[in-house]
Design a binder for this molecule. Sequence first.
Ligand code: BGC
Length: 454
Amino acid sequence: MDRKHAFTFPEGFLWGCATSAYQIEGSPLADGAGPSIWQRFAHTPGMMRDGDTGDTACDHYRRFRDDVRLMAELGLKAYRFSINWSRVLPAGTGAVNAAGLGFYQRLVDALLEHGIQPMVTLFHWDLPAALDDRGGWLNPDIAHWFAEYADVCFRALDDRVPLWATLNEPWVVTDGGYLHGALAPGHRSPYEAPIASHHLLRAHGAAVQAYRAGGRHRIGLVVNLEPKYPASQSPADLAATARAEAYMNRQYLDPVFLGRYPDELREVFGEAWPQWPERDFDLIRQPLDFLGVNYYTRSVTRHDDGTWPLRAARVRQPRATYSETDWEVYPQGLTDTLLWVRQRYGAIPLYVTENGAAFYDPPTAHGGRVQDPLRVQYLHAHLRAVHEAIRQGVDLRGYFAWSLLDNLEWSLGFSKRFGLVHVDFATQQRTPKDSARFYTDVIASHGGRLDAEP
Ligand code: BGC
């Protein structure tokens, strides 16, 4: 008989890791693939830290079989990855590139051979450059372009893929790509950002509709949520907190679940905030099978007139631990976020589709070992926080650590390591860190390992 653990997880709970195409694959133009906006952005001088690019990244495109074997050795039950749209449709629409699609078919087959359940994200930021040339997320036609691409993927893979996500983190696409410009396509415009958001949501809705026409499994959306706590109870700080929360957490979920945008966005964007026809919300508000939540940190928020356009700033917590990306480590925020989703949007099945942290991991492995005690602590505390949400009744079906491998952290290049597995980018040698070993124990004990301290 199994000993009773304090930290038991529901039967069938999926333990996984997540990655995304441009961050790990390399060979971005191989076998007939078209360029993506990230390919273009990374090759634009000055956009990437140290001039890094995804040309090789983790070379996963060529090493995927070894990587799947490694996942199996680690005991993973599930793997969340994304498809690079421009491998499948090099021009974004029209001709299908069978070789590009074939890569993902082989990857899915390899996962299934090892008993690892795939979760596929259709869009993790690497828009085909050919579509950006036609206006990208600013062109209303993109909802149809995306549904066309999604349909090609469904037809090729739905017989073997039980879980689909349309978009990864639409907030980051618009905030980084269209408002502040640190991410591809690098625009800086308060007029463009709400338009891009709206068309991302319409595209999401159109892909879900396409799935309902023939899909046999489950489809959802992945958003990044960051709970906002007011720095004080002053009316100014409370209003700033509401703006920040509306902008980051409700901008996407309110339209999807409630069929409208939060009022605060009009205040944030002023005259740049557009009016949209009601029928758009019918498209956006498609019933979902699950919601994926990516959680990294929280924000304690105060009013700040100097922070454009939100007029809200993050207050640094003097006694907290911060990761290498300067994000506060705050596990309680993950419990709070999951409870908030259920309270605001109802009892939809949830997955934590990303959670993790960049820490400085010593480049030299000690006798084949990479010690990353801060990441072990981070995982331990966040998995306990996940368990607490389940204990309080949240219908949480799985957890995906970000990330399987150290990888290209977008415009920060290879300077930030999020992996449970260390990658030596000169040799492509993979070394599971202590955090990977810890996660293996958690999975093997179905959470029982959390009873003990890290
Ligand atoms: C993204 C990942 C990214 C991670 C860490 C998420 O915003 O989905 O692609 O690497 O966070 O920044």
